[in-house]
Design a protein around this ligand. Structure first.
Ligand code: PLP
Length: 439
């Protein structure tokens, strides 16, 4: 047998790496163990998705029961399964928008691709097939498939692939720390951002634009909290030009920010909401597009066919796990728990404010980041983040570096003590890295 690294083309990993991958073999609560027997607190819920931790028996049983009863039947050609329909009903009951229907897929990127296609289908149904362009943010992250990856505004996702596709347009990132915000009040920065959106729409012609997609909090772009009121202004502009608004809640959905949906919390009114990760607490792949009633109405009166779907859309085992995950979130009021515990994370990280090399500390719910300024260290951009991530692992904490920003997104069940230990491990890693830079 060749070594595992030689047979698997690893996602988001340079193919020429010769070292062995870090192999995780077991999980319990908010901890995981690697193949060397070392344990780690997971400060980032793997990819901001293992929201209920790694050993929730109800999710395991939900999967096992469904596997025993009906492991699979496809939702295709007006035949589906009881549990797929029941999950759509569950989502309709808690939806933050006047709900028409939910479409199921298997990943965040598939949900976003589906939302774009539904936007195209919507405009065609209204007799305006020339509305094809999709607007998104520089630094936004929407996945890596050809369409969702084109909406993603992060350069290294495009490099080597001849992406983005034409017709995927970008507006500046609503990052309060961007150079564009320098010297402006928050309101002035919002004005500037909205003016860029209006310029783009004017330049391209509103009648060529199908939809805008944005994350309520930009995750993979660096845990960026847009300035207050930004999305309200954006959605006003979109509504005026009849451009559909897709809220990408793949990270924020299901409790991460301390509410079931950021859409409610930030008072958004999107036409579609894309969801994945927390929908099943990552125990099994499933994603969804929630469609506002008025979008569904147009589809219903549209061209008749709907040649879109996946073999595993609404997979019954995934649907059963998602239903149980939702039940747990509601019974235990996990969003309220996150709101209650969020200050523990925020206060812990606040201790780094003003510390050497620290440029910014920010946090909301169980989503937080510390951004470092490595300019004075002689390190290339991103090296400090990588070093902090590696040292944190040595201290028993898994976190994620995005350039020189370190992201925290603990499982939503993390206890007070676990969060404090995560922050302590990070503090120890920070001290080590600082010492080695000084040396
Ligand atoms: N949208 C957002 C906001 C994400 O953070 C991600 C993944 O991190 C995606 C979409 C893509 O999801 P997936 O990796 O399941 O395709």
């Amino acid at each position: 047998m060749p070594p595992r690294a030689a047979t698997m083309l690893e996602p988001h990993t340079p193919p020429d790496l010769e070292t062995e991958p870090h192999v995780i073999v077991r999980g319990e609560g908010v901890k995981v163990w690697d193949s060397q027997g070392r344990s780690y607190l997971d400060g980032v819920s793997s990819m901001l998705c293992a929201n209920l931790g790694y050993s929730e028996p109800r999710l395991v049983n939900a999967a096992a029961d469904q596997l025993a009863r009906l492991p699979f039947y496809a939702s295709y050609g007006h035949r589906t399964t009881d549990v797929s329909l029941a999950l759509a009903d569950d989502l309709a009951r808690i939806s933050p928008i006047p709900m028409g229907r939910t479409f199921f897929a298997n990943s965040g990127a598939e949900a976003n691709d589906s939302a774009f296609k539904i936007a195209w289908y919507y405009h065609r149904s209204l007799g305006r097939p020339e509305r094809t362009k999709i607007i998104s943010h520089e630094n936004g992250y929407h996945g890596t498939t050809v369409a969702a990856g084109s909406a993603t505004g992060i350069g290294h996702i495009h490099e080597g692939f001849g992406m983005p596709l034409p017709n995927f347009l970008k507006i500046p990132c609503p990052d309060p720390h961007s150079p564009h915000a320098r010297g402006l009040t928050s309101d002035q920065f919002v004005d500037w951002l909205v003016a860029r959106l209006e310029d783009l729409i004017r330049g391209e012609g509103a009648d060529t634009i199908a939809a805008f997609i944005g994350e309520p909090v930009l995750g993979a772009g660096g845990v960026i909290f847009p300035p207050h009121g930004y999305y309200q202004r954006v959605q006003e502009v979109l509504a005026r030009h009849d451009i559909l608004f897709i809220a990408d809640e793949v990270i924020t959905g299901f409790g991460r920010t301390g509410s079931m949906f950021a859409t409610t919390e930030f008072d958004l009114s999107p036409d579609m909401i894309t969801l994945a990760k927390g929908l099943s607490s990552a125990y099994i792949p499933i994603s969804a597009v929630m469609l506002r009633e008025r979008v569904v109405d147009v589809l219903v009166n549209g061209s008749g066919g709907f040649g879109h779907g996946f073999t595993y859309s609404g997979h019954p085992v995934a649907a059963a796990v998602a239903r149980e995950s939702l039940a747990i979130l509601m019974e235990r009021d996990i969003p309220e728990y996150v709101r209650t515990m969020a200050p523990v994370l925020a206060d812990g990280l606040d201790a780094f404010r003003g510390a050497e090399l620290v440029r910014d500390v920010r946090s909301h719910g169980f989503l937080a980041a510390v951004t470092f300024d490595a300019a004075s260290t002689g390190l290339a951009e991103g090296q400090l983040g990588t070093a902090l991530m590696a040292r944190s692992a040595e201290h028993g904490l898994l976190i994620r570096a995005i350039g020189d920003t370190v992201a925290f997104a603990p499982p939503l069940i993390s206890s007070d003590a676990e969060i404090k230990t995560m922050v302590d491990c990070f503090g120890a890693a920070y001290q080590d890295v600082l010492d080695s830079i000084r040396a």
